[in-house]
Design a protein around this ligand. Structure first.
Ligand code: GUN
Length: 295
């Protein structure tokens, strides 16, 4: 069996076109332009690049963005004051603090200060808690991107075995909760899991977010599985690869995401979507696709 490759770039492009149309409708019908504030503390080059990508993606679909750059030695109180200002600003519908933060700043205190109604990264405890009950307002962007790819490919989730490799707060745990909410049988493996292959072989849907190149080889994958590779690793020769041996596993899986061009383009796309939805919510527009808003 040779897998069909999920083209995340194409799916992201299609969705961004739909969201752009929704931004236009919001501006025409409610005279409201969605706004995203992105806070960057310090000058970590990778963080700078991520922030630039987010700001550019906003521009492309008509979301106003505000980039706030703060020095690495900023006092925690001064950062919190910036968040208070953005919480009170009605033109700002989403607030994102790029992580990681410098070590003298208490990350949880900062994330909890963001209004849960503007928490488009989905990292506030209110939204994290909502994942447990299926009522989160803003699902975190990478797991939400995985969800949208599965939806786009019409992958059935209810009753399937899902194995998530990686137990991070940003990807592994929320992905597991979102798929469990849809009646999958979910198992989370992590770096101390013994006999990883015993678990991965059970997976109808295998989601890998461990940050280890070539962790998943064909012998660990069930024939006909759906394999979603969330890993982004830079090899010494400069190549970017995921956590899955793509060439080997694609001969065994039914569907597989490449790296780059799989989950990656979906993460920023879902940030745009969360920001758009936050703006829509502020004027009472409810999205049928977000069942948690109707409970
Ligand atoms: N750093 C790495 N990933 C993320 C993310 O998804 N959001 C934020 N704010 N920072 C990150």
């Amino acid at each position: 069996m040779t897998a069909r490759i999920i083209d995340g770039k194409a799916v992201a492009k299609k969705l961004r076109g739909e969201y752009q149309a929704r931004v236009r409708r919001l501006m025409a019908g409610h005279a409201l332009q969605p706004g995203l504030a992105v806070i960057l503390v310090g000058s970590n080059p990778a963080s700078r690049l991520y922030v630039s990508n987010k700001v550019r993606a906003c521009e492309e679909i008509g979301i106003r963005s505000e980039r706030i750059e703060l020095p690495a030695d900023i006092a925690e109180e001064a950062l919190l004051a910036q968040i208070d200002r953005l919480n009170a600003d009605p033109t700002v519908h989403g607030i994102l603090v790029q992580l990681p933060l410098p070590p003298h700043i208490a990350m949880r205190r900062v994330l909890e200060r963001i209004s849960a109604d503007k928490d488009v990264d989905g990292f506030h405890l209110y939204n994290v808690g909502g994942l447990m009950t299926g009522t989160t307002v803003f699902p975190p962007c990478t797991p939400y991107g995985v969800q949208k790819l599965l939806e786009h490919e019409r992958v059935e989730i209810a009753g399937r075995n899902v194995v998530v490799v990686g137990a991070s707060n940003i990807v592994g745990k929320p992905t597991a909760m979102m798929l469990m909410q849809q009646d999958a049988t979910v198992c989370i493996c992590h770096k101390l899991t013994r006999d990883l292959a015993i678990f991965t072989l059970l997976a109808d849907i295998l989601v890998v977010a461990a940050g280890v190149p070539n962790l998943i080889v064909p012998q660990m994958v069930r024939t006909g599985a759906v394999v979603i590779d969330v890993g982004i690793n830079r090899l010494p020769d400069g190549r970017i690869v995921g956590d899955v041996d793509f060439e080997g596993v694609r001969e065994k899986a039914a569907l597989i995401t490449p790296v780059p061009g799989g989950v990656g383009p979906m993460t920023v796309t879902m940030l745009l979507y969360n920001t758009l939805r936050s703006a829509e919510r502020s004027v009472g527009v409810v999205d049928d696709h977000a069942p948690w808003e109707n409970v």
